[in-house]
Ligand binder design. Structure first.
Ligand code: THU
Length: 130
């Protein structure tokens, strides 16, 4: 398997662990660190819906909490024909910690999109503006 296939497969496996009893929309994410580690996340929902956390942020916060600080790409997997691309909140968090990450979108069979974070979040707000 190529590097991106390994990352996508890790995101597919993470998706299996999604905690999504309300939406039943299961998402997996896998972040590759600059030194080659893979850290995964899945969406985790709550009966108080607004407390739900997306797979991308779970993956990023897990990676940060494990001490990783440099990232090269993230894969996001859902069981949809259309690409499931990160929500606005996740884009802001991914930009904060990953800057211009490559974002690979996939479903259970194939890649559905490839982007750079600077395309997904043009004119970002970040610490340079404070
Ligand atoms: N979700 C993600 O985990 N990532 C995305 O990129 C899109 C949305 C989750 C949040 C919620 O649990 C469910 O998908 C439906 O919005």
């Amino acid at each position: 398997m190529s590097g991106s296939e390994v990352l996508i497969e890790a995101a597919r496996q993470a998706r299996e662990r999604a905690v999504a009893p309300y939406s039943r929309f299961r998402v997996g994410a896998a972040i590759e660190t600059a030194d080659g580690h893979i850290v995964t996340g899945c969406n985790v929902e709550n009966a108080s819906y607004g407390l739900t956390v997306c797979a991308e942020r779970v993956a990023m916060f897990k990676a940060l909490s494990e001490g990783h600080r440099h990232f090269v790409r993230i894969a996001v997997v859902a069981d949809t024909q259309e690409p499931t691309s990160p929500c606005g909140a996740c884009r802001q968090v991914l930009w904060e910690f990953g800057r211009d990450l490559e974002v690979i979108l996939a479903n259970l069979e194939t890649i559905t999109g490839r982007h750079q974070m600077r395309e997904l979040l043009p004119h970002p707000f970040d610490g340079r503006l404070l």
